[in-house]
Design a protein around this ligand. Structure first.
Ligand code: F0G
Length: 459
């Protein structure tokens, strides 16, 4: 197995958490009890947990010490002031609306700006964003470029929006479009970045029609580093400068601080406009809490304020994206089909190519995710028909998503190269035995967001 020797480790370990690989017999028992759904597993039954990179990262000693200084005042907390000034400096937006996590910010944005019958175009909305758009009675419109819908395309910015399609959407429905939303990086198709040029293009198209542009900035720092690595003219700029330039093209952002805030919980809406800020606060107070805490403890505000600084350090980002690339390279060495080039926060396995014999209505991604757990105690997540498939209300037919993926999301600063090597060995073992893998049928399904609670059986 290749070593990852191109990168110097930018930290050492000060506190450890014991984990172990459960016996095979226990894994078999656990996955059956879980109804073949990895969301139902106890974390103590999992060895390497790549379910999500959300809130699962390791905090630094600076974050932990800042937490001890958290000001727990209900009103006028110093910790809020500190976070507000970091957010202003990082994003360039004047107003901070704190929320308990990213979806809280999405909720406030929709409440403030969206009416029934509206349309919200973007590159590709994340599930919770799509959920909040639908809850507001509006229609999510995903306009990612064609290359972004193909696992094997090697386009460097597979999160880009199709500018012609955006232009056409705004021309046809401009009066029903309260804003355009760009998700940086684009989670659902592989953590793929959006180029600065594409963002400038989207901003120009929107501003010609007087339509605001917002960002889902959950992984904005990773996106900035991809721009630095891949886009001409950015190689000498710091990630902080690039992030600031990108965000300056929009009117505000929603943020899940559980990702590029490197905190375990938290989020915010950052806004340029005074009037919109006043409106958002009207919804913030009843749903999230008073302006100076927004559903978080003062110590959480401190963790996010410190994390937002650390996430933009070049050594951190080099190690972060280097780790993802390392796991991707180990899998590519074995000939395993993954989304290339790898994105920021995880490696996405192409389950259709991995298990071509399993039809899409038998959930090839879920079948593969179950196998990774059975073979090596690795927990990933299906992002395919189970997560995104919808039943057409008119015809009753399944509408399939573009891809059947299994995401191995890498928590920040948490696992070493040896953990990642174990993951790669596990995937390779499943790959070698792929012919014996059977499809699944869903035996329980909730009406919305079914993949969280679904239960399955082997067909
Ligand atoms: N936007 C993006 C792009 C996300 O990936 C997420 C969460 C959210 C918004 C919502 O933020 O969880 O703080 O409410 N993604 C997690 C994941 C859950 O596993 O990818 P949240």
């Amino acid at each position: 197995m290749r070593p990852r020797n191109e990168y110097a480790e930018p930290y050492r370990i000060k506190m450890v958490e014991s984990i172990h690989l459960p016996e095979e017999s226990r894994r078999e028992e656990a996955i059956r009890e879980a109804g073949l759904n990895l969301f139902n597993l106890d974390s103590s039954d999992v060895y390497v947990d790549l379910l999500t990179d959300s809130g699962t990262g390791a905090m630094s000693q600076e974050q932990w010490s800042a937490m001890m200084r958290g000001d727990e005042a209900y009103a006028g907390s110093r910790s809020f002031e500190r976070l507000a000034s970091v957010v202003r400096r990082t994003t360039g937006y004047d107003h901070l609306v704190v929320t308990h996590q990213g979806r809280g910010a999405e909720h406030l944005l929709m409440r403030s700006l969206v009416s029934e019958g509206d349309r919200i175009p973007g590159n590709m909305h994340f599930d919770t964003t799509q959920g909040h758009i639908l809850l507001a009675g509006a229609e999510p419109v995903n306009l990612v470029i064609e290359e972004g819908r193909r696992a094997e395309s090697d386009h460097p910015f597979k999160g880009n929006i199709d500018l012609e399609a955006l232009e056409a959407e705004l021309a046809a429905h401009g009066d029903r479009i309260p804003f355009v939303l760009m998700t940086i990086t684009c989670n659902n198709n592989g953590g793929q970045p959006v180029s600065a040029e594409n963002i400038r293009g989207a901003a120009a198209v929107a501003s010609r029609r007087g339509i605001p542009l917002f960002f889902d900035a959950a992984r904005f720092a990773e996106n900035a580093y991809f721009i630095r690595e891949r886009e001409e003219g950015y190689g000498d700029r710091s990630p902080a400068e690039i992030a600031r330039e990108i965000l300056s093209l929009g009117d505000g952002c929603t943020m899940s601080a559980k990702k590029d805030g490197i905190a375990n919980i938290g989020g915010f809406l950052a806004l340029r406009d005074d009037e919109l800020y006043r409106k958002a606060v009207e919804w913030q107070i009843p749903f999230e809490g008073f302006t100076t805490y927004g559903g978080l403890a003062g110590r959480d505000l401190e963790a996010v304020a410190t994390g937002l600084g650390e996430v933009l350090e070049p050594t951190y980002l080099e190690d972060r994206l280097g780790g993802t690339r390392y796991l991707a390279d180990l899998l590519l060495d074995e000939g395993i089909p993954i989304v290339t080039p790898p994105g920021g926060h995880g490696v996405f396995i192409d389950a259709s190519a991995f298990l071509p014999g399993i039809p899409r209505d038998q959930f090839p991604g879920q079948a593969l995710a179950v196998e990774l757990y059975r073979r090596g105690g690795v927990r990933g997540v299906e992002l395919g028909t189970a997560a995104f498939g919808r039943t057409d209300p008119d015809t009753g037919e399944t509408i399939y998503p573009d891809m059947e993926l299994v995401r191995l999301a890498i928590p920040r600063r948490t696992y070493t190269d040896r953990h990642l090597a174990h993951v790669a060995r596990t995937v390779a073992r499943v790959w070698a035995n792929r012919d014996g893998i059977r499809g699944l049928k869903m035996t329980y399904e909730a009406p919305v967001l079914r993949h969280f609670t679904a239960r399955y059986e082997w067909v």
